[in-house]
Design a protein around this ligand. Structure first.
Ligand code: TLP
Length: 340
């Protein structure tokens, strides 16, 4: 099978498995796991934040962040196609009692004007706006990079309005590699940041949230309430440390393969795609003549796994466990299906 469903399917490397086996560990609920502490310090440093906290997943990181920033009954502004809005199983409502205000962006990027219109006036009838969420890279905008200037524009407005900004940076490293902008530069345009090691960086588990010291202390309590207080979690942190050191630069290879795939798919009949829009490791195509679910099934029968993200669009994701030959083969199979 050529598996292009997600970069989350990547297998941990041998170096990760070795680091996990050797990791020095302790009880992290007591703050005594030196490997977790090292990872948290490294991430805080990288992102230019006071402190950081290991969480089990990107979803837990985003939700702990919402719980920590937002009182129940308040409102968080999110992008219309953001992961927090579409793919976290309604957690903000179910767990935090937070109402999400989805605002459409341009290729995933919220504008200051769009946000300004969504911020509530302080008035008894309204929920109060307690958070603005950004996502970089933006998953359902096809892995689009949110340019630093766009983030700056939003952050400036948010500061004027005294509203914190949370960055879902599940794939922030893809944005870094694609642009040359540093993690710190992106992170400076947000109050708190979540990054993941379990996507293209191939670690088996783990995300980290970073932000101000007192905020992280409150987030620790929310993580505990959600059952995310882990014990000898250095086993997980060890793989994440390898991901940080050894797996970031190679993301460029995933981007090259996505570009190659996009150029091939764009030539196929009934496919709408502008390959110049593919900036990182994702390719989303719109199918004009076939339901997405049918296309996914036909691809699967011929050995290629992809995801349908809505009735008309499918997503291909490149990652370290797919080769150039695999990507070329996937394009050949897509051609066979679409030419029938
Ligand atoms: N995204 C997954 C699916 O849930 C769609 C994927 O295959 O892309 N933020 C963003 C931007 C994400 O893309 C994801 C995972 C998460 C958060 C959640 O991370 P996990 O899966 O670790 O909870």
């Amino acid at each position: 099978m050529i598996d292009l469903r997600s970069d989350t399917i990547t297998q941990p490397t041998l170096e990760m498995r070795r680091a996990m086996a050797r990791a020095e560990v302790g009880d992290d609920v007591y703050g005594e796991d030196s490997t977790v502490n090292l990872l948290q310090e490294k991430v805080a440093d990288l992102l230019g934040k006071e402190e950081a906290l290991l969480v089990t997943s990107g979803t837990q990181g985003n939700q702990v962040s919402i719980l920590t920033h937002c009182p129940p009954g308040s409102e968080a502004i999110v992008e219309l196609n953001s992961h927090i809005f579409l793919n976290e199983a309604g957690a903000a409502a179910a767990l935090a009692g937070v109402q999400l205000f989805p605002v459409p962006g341009v290729r995933g990027a919220l504008t200051a004007a769009g946000i300004r219109a969504a911020i509530r006036e302080e008035e008894e009838h309204h929920p109060s706006t307690s958070l603005i969420c950004l996502e970089n890279t933006h998953n359902f905008a096809g892995g689009a990079v949110i340019p630093l200037e766009k983030m700056q524009e939003v952050y400036q407005l948010a500061r004027e309005q005294k509203i914190p900004v949370h960055l879902d940076g599940a794939r922030l490293f893809n944005a870094v590699v694609a642009t040359g902008v540093t993690d710190g530069e992106f992170a400076q345009r947000a109050t708190t940041v979540m990054i993941s090691f379990s996507k293209g960086l191939a670690a088996p588990i783990g995300s980290v949230i970073a932000g101000p010291r007192d905020w992280i202390a409150a987030a620790r309590r929310w993580r505990r309430r959600l059952g995310g207080g882990m014990r000898q979690a250095g086993i997980i942190a060890a793989a994440a440390l390898v991901a940080l050191d050894a797996m970031v630069d190679r993301l460029v290879e995933d981007h090259t393969l996505a570009k190659l795939l996009a150029e091939k798919l764009a030539q196929l009949p009934g496919v709408e795609l502008d390959p110049s829009m593919v900036e990182t490791n994702m390719v989303i195509i719109t199918l004009e003549r076939m339901p997405a679910a049918h296309f996914v099934e036909e691809m699967r029968k011929r050995g290629v796994l992809i995801l349908s993200i809505n009735p008309h669009q499918v997503r291909f994701v490149t990652h370290k466990d797919v080769s150039r030959a695999g990507v070329e083969q996937a394009a050949v199979i897509a051609r066979q299906i679409l030419k029938q």
